[in-house]
Design a protein around this ligand. Structure first.
Ligand code: GLA
Length: 696
């Protein structure tokens, strides 16, 4: 509920208060546990400061327009030919009910000396304690250059300490959890690679250093943008902490002509008083309801990549498909290698015609075969990139990013296409539309992107600085177009693993590929980090040979690999054509089991019972939406000192209800399970268990 009293805007969500005052600026009075927001008028007063120091009254500004007297990170900075400062005057505000779950508060501003308008929007999802924010700029006057443009900033209450939790990573090691205590100064998470990036994810959680998985106040945020972004945390000399997020300042400039407008990416903020676990559950539920495109049960897929690499020939794929269908796979996906002269990563990217040597009778014959086995069909594409050794590049060398007369960088032997160019965008939409309309049984696209953006130039320095943003915008437009034209097709976002995971692209994707690392144990670390901010419903995880006892460094039993992959969207990526009947049977059994429990995994409430980073016994619990089914995935890594396991102490149950633990005769109360817990039978290295519990 949003109310206004004495210039105080009180945004009340289910468990939080977000209170704003409109005085010298739009000022954040309070954000945190629920209070009577209307009381807070006593906190709104003019505060003095010396002539040397920053204006204390602007410290908690919700959207700082650069006025020449703003020393903190600003949200909007523009340049006219003669004046660089802004003087934004409040015009009005509106409060609207958009739907049963969504109320919107908007503030309108106008620059005093030009026809530049800014609207600040707060979308309040009260049920989840989440507020999504963005700004819209409209220029009705002379041309203006925007140099710095953020989605939003927000302040947290003053505390003794501020700890930021965030995800870092690199290829094959994404989503690693980091903690950082803020000292006075500026701490920034960012991407300058033209993509969301694997190095930092645009998400954070902040607390006073005492929050745990199950307790304490946590303020969190996620930016939905798949190009250069930044989230900065400024701890000021007055001990305020202000968090500002949006498009990165780095190499950014945008010209707005008369009549043009610009909508920033959306920054989503939220509050949890129940620690990191509650934060994640709120986010998971919010994403499922309000971000992801569809609410459907995810299919068990098979992907050919790690089995046949680039050598995807119809015979080998048929063998894989036959075996995949036999074990209960629902969706068969051909990965890289099916097109052009794509026999390795040095050629063919960009040539989106079926390779006749590999599929002499075209794709349709193979798709029909897959359908006849009772499976759906999906296919891999990487439309934003091109190999120099391709017909596409030979025909259109001017379609890639490059500085004038300079040789662009190749990585994985590829260049990046400037998809914001009209003809390139049309080319992608056309070839994808042709592929999907000629093959109506393609119901799944894995969309990859295997290189950071470099050489981002058209040879015009001013316009070049718009390209980073325009690449992401064009990408979203292409996906939106394809999704509208082919509503039966689901999309998976992949970028050499998890380099493009953010709430921007996830509005268009049904699932994502969090990492190219498919080792079942290392994956648990990636999945744990991922789960802090993103829902299991979109987290694809394959059982592969990476963990095999095959001379490589890992040795994990199949049970362990399945349990690890069943914690999200189960897929198979192993070379199953080499498997004995016995192993095929084992796979079949696990896939059948996953189908029984997947609704709870994909749409249930997740509780991280013990961290893989902190304990040799790692356990994650899922509670079904109706609270009747409980699943626990438990993993034991190294066997040490006689190997006594701690009990598994559950969470999220009704203390007075009775529960039946699979394999136990006696029923137990929720209180017992949540205070004392159950014993596990885990034994030895890399053992794992799925424990199923029913409410009786
Ligand atoms: C990337 C993806 C992999 C696979 C290969 C194909 O690395 O992350 O899953 O699709 O490309 O080249």
């Amino acid at each position: 509920m949003i109310t206004l009293n004495n210039n105080i805007f009180n945004i009340e969500t289910k468990n939080s208060s977000y209170v704003l005052a409109k005085d010298v600026c739009l000022h954040n009075v309070y954000w945190g546990e629920k209070v009577h927001g209307e009381d807070l008028t006593y906190l709104v007063k003019e505060r003095g400061h010396s002539s040397f120091d920053p204006n204390l009254n602007l410290e908690r500004d919700e959207y700082s327009f650069w006025t020449s007297y703003s020393f903190l990170e600003s949200c909007l900075k523009v340049s006219y030919p003669e004046i660089r400062k802004l003087d934004m005057i409040y015009i009005d505000h509106t409060i609207e009910t958009i739907s049963k779950d969504l109320e919107r508060l908007s503030f309108r501003y106008k620059n005093s000396y030009s026809d530049l308008y800014v609207t600040l929007v707060y979308d309040v999802y009260a049920e989840y304690d989440i507020i999504s924010r963005y700004a819209e700029i409209f220029n009705d006057g002379e041309e203006v250059i925007v140099e710095n443009l953020k989605s939003a900033s927000v302040s947290v209450p003053k505390m003794d300490q501020y700890r930021v939790k965030y995800l870092t990573g690199k290829w094959a090691a994404e989503s690693q959890i980091n903690d950082q205590y803020l000292t006075t100064g500026n701490f920034t998470l960012q991407s300058r690679s033209g993509n969301t990036g694997p190095h930092f994810n645009p998400s954070f959680a902040l607390d006073n250093g005492s929050a745990t998985e199950d307790s304490g106040n946590v303020w969190f945020g996620l930016l939905g943008f798949s190009s250069n972004w930044q989230i900065s945390f400024e701890r000021t000399i007055y001990n305020n902490v202000k968090i500002t997020g949006g498009i990165s300042n780095f190499d950014f400039m945008y010209t707005l002509k008369k009549g043009e407008s610009f909508k920033t990416p959306v920054m989503t903020f939220g509050f949890s008083s129940g620690g990191y676990g509650e934060m994640s559950r709120k986010l998971h539920a919010f994403e499922v309801e309000h971000i992801f495109p569809k609410k459907k049960l995810g299919r068990v897929l098979y992907n050919s990549w790690e089995a046949t690499w680039f050598d995807v020939r119809v015979e080998s794929q048929k063998e894989l498909a036959k075996r995949a269908a036999g074990m209960g796979v629902e969706l068969f996906v051909i990965d890289d290698g099916w097109f052009g002269q794509r026999h390795n990563d040095r050629a063919g990217l960009g040539d989106w015609y079926v390779n006749q040597d590999k599929f002499p009778n075209g794709l349709s014959e193979f798709i029909s075969y897959v359908k006849s086995l009772g499976m759906d069909f999906g296919i891999w594409v990487e439309p934003e990139a091109v190999n120099p050794d391709s017909d596409l590049y030979r025909a259109h060398p001017d379609w890639i990013y490059r500085f004038k007369d300079q040789e662009p960088l190749q990585a994985r032997n590829q260049y990046t296409l400037n998809i914001s160019k009209k003809e390139v965008k049309e080319f992608i939409i056309d070839f994808m539309s042709k592929l999907l309309s000629e093959n109506k049984d393609i119901t799944f696209i894995k969309w990859d992107m295997n290189k950071a953006l470099t050489d981002v130039s058209l040879g015009n320095t001013a316009q070049d600085k718009e390209l980073w943003y325009k690449h992401a915008k064009a990408l979203y437009e292409i996906w939106a177009d394809l999704r509208a034209k082919f509503p039966h097709v689901e999309f998976e976002v992949c970028s050499g693993g998890g380099a493009r995971i953010d709430l921007g692209i996830l509005q268009y994707s049904d699932q994502c590929w969090p990492s190219d690392n498919t080792d079942a144990y290392e994956r648990l670390f990636i999945q744990e980090g991922f789960s802090h901010f993103y829902a299991p419903r979109i987290m694809t995880a394959w059982v592969t040979d990476a963990s095999s006892d095959n001379g490589r460094k890992y040795c994990r039993p199949y049970s362990y690999r399945f349990h690890s992959s069943m914690m999200g969207m189960l897929g198979i990526g192993a070379n199953i054509s080499k498997f004995s009947d016995e192993v095929l049977e084992e796979f079949k059994k696990y896939i059948a089991l996953y189908k029984e429990i997947r609704e709870t995994v994909q749409y249930g409430k997740q509780y991280r019972l013990s961290s893989v980073r902190e304990s040799s016994l790692h356990a994650v619990e899922y509670v079904s939406q109706d609270n009747n089914e409980i699943l626990i995935f438990a993993f034991r890594q190294g066997y040490q000192f006689g190997g006594v396991n701690p009990n598994l102490v559950l969470n999220g149950l009704d203390p007075n209800a009775l529960y039946q633990v699979e394999g136990m005769e006696q029923t137990l109360h929720g209180s017992t399970l949540m205070k004392i817990g159950i014993e596990t039978s885990l034994w030895g290295d890399f053992d794992s268990q799925l424990i199923r519990i029913k409410r009786v």
